[in-house]
Design a protein around this ligand. Structure first.
Ligand SMILES: [Zn+2]
Length: 376
């Protein structure tokens, strides 16, 4: 088995976004030694930087006001936009598919099953061929309304957008998922390095695979955020970057269903991580929606987001239709309607975490949050 044969094309992998075709070495010593834990300033570890920007994520090697991890999270939060759209993969190399219940586990995961009515199968094929993401989203939501749950809309081959969760890289060899079918991929070396989606995510592993197989065989996989394909009205809110040393609060992901059922994940911050469930008084949900009704939601004036700034992302689902907004932390503290809505969402998170999350003030009534349970 040849795993690490001779490299072919002289391209390099971006340590931030795992872009596979960097035409330059980011630093003098590249790739980094396998056992080296990379910490800024990277120049001290890896030698002279190129001072060039990655065409995918835009990170400038040598301009190190943020770490790779912090930049990766911020760029991911903005929807993984291409810094140089001219090098984005052509559209015919991308496709969308509805995949069956379960974890991702390779893109030959089965599509719609026998429990799906024939006419919807035909419709799904048409929507996939037309790359109609909104149509696919509505179809999956409709199936879930009928009790046929667990399906995902998956983007294969590099698609930017804020509604997608990036899962990792799969390996395409003649249309089959190499992570399931290639001998190399099943080797202990790689099988131990797959993430919870069964994909390669670490840039050093991506780099090794790109050399062993071919950069063209690696495809990024995205999944439409599940909050956007689950029936019912809902609020989904996230802010913060646990990899930013200037962000002492860490990142939260808050989901509040129409009946008040809430789930909160908290990552990093000075008081540590945790997950909780709770119940939010429906009056509080109504107040948040009323404040958003006064704002320009889902529109917002586009302002540059400074490096190191937190990102606020909010998705509101009404009658199964999601609307979404993204803005910098500061902008969210300034705009009428938005600032009150964000203050209420932050207050919910403070109360649920019993103060472990500290961004903003808890101005809620004593009865606004009940049934708080810490899961982890
Ligand atoms: Zn990059």
């Amino acid at each position: 088995m040849k795993l690490f044969g001779k490299g072919r094309a002289q391209t390099h992998v971006c340590p931030v976004c795992a872009y596979l075709k960097l035409p330059f070495k980011p630093y003098k010593q590249w790739p980094p030694p396998p056992d080296l834990e990379l910490t800024p300033p990277y120049e001290a570890q890896l030698g002279k930087p190129s001072h060039e920007a990655c065409p995918q994520c835009g990170f400038v090697f040598g301009k190190e006001d943020t770490s790779f991890e912090e930049y990766r999270y911020a760029w991911g939060g903005r929807g993984r936009p291409w810094a140089d759209p001219s090098v984005a993969p052509p559209e015919d190399e991308r496709r969308f598919a509805i995949l069956g219940p379960g974890t991702y586990e390779g893109f030959d995961r089965p599509g719609l099953g026998e429990e799906v009515p024939e006419q919807l199968l035909v419709q799904a094929q048409r929507l996939e061929a037309a790359e109609d993401v909104m149509g696919l989203r509505r179809l999956v939501t409709r199936l879930a309304r009928d009790g046929i749950t667990g399906y995902d809309v998956v983007a294969i081959g590099g698609f930017a957008g804020s509604s997608w969760d990036f899962l990792g890289f799969d390996v395409d060899v003649q249309g089959l998922s190499a992570l399931r079918h290639r001998e190399e991929a099943r080797s202990p070396y790689f099988s131990e390095r797959l993430n919870e989606h069964g994909l390669l995510a670490d840039f050093a592993d991506v780099h090794k695979f790109a050399i062993a197989v071919s950069p063209d065989a690696l495809l990024p996989i995205g999944r439409l955020r599940r909050s956007a394909v689950t029936p019912g009205d809902r609020l989904w809110y996230t802010i913060g970057n646990e990899h930013n040393p200037g962000d002492p609060f860490g990142r939260i992901v808050l989901t509040v269903e129409a009946d008040g059922t809430a789930a909160l994940e908290h990552y990093g911050g000075r008081n540590g991580s945790g997950t909780w469930t709770a119940r939010v008084d429906t009056d509080v949900i109504a107040r948040i929606r009323a404040e958003l009704g006064r704002s320009t939601f889902p529109e917002v004036a586009r302002e540059p987001i400074p490096a190191g700034s937190g990102l606020r992302q909010l998705e509101v689902v009404t009658d199964d239709e999601p609307e979404y907004v993204l803005m910098g932390d500061r902008q969210g503290q300034r705009l009428d309607g938005y600032k009150e809505a964000f203050a209420l969402l932050d207050a919910i998170a403070i109360r649920i975490t019993t103060g472990a999350y500290e961004r903003g003030d808890d101005a809620l009534d004593a009865t606004a949050i009940t049934d708080v349970r810490q899961i982890t």
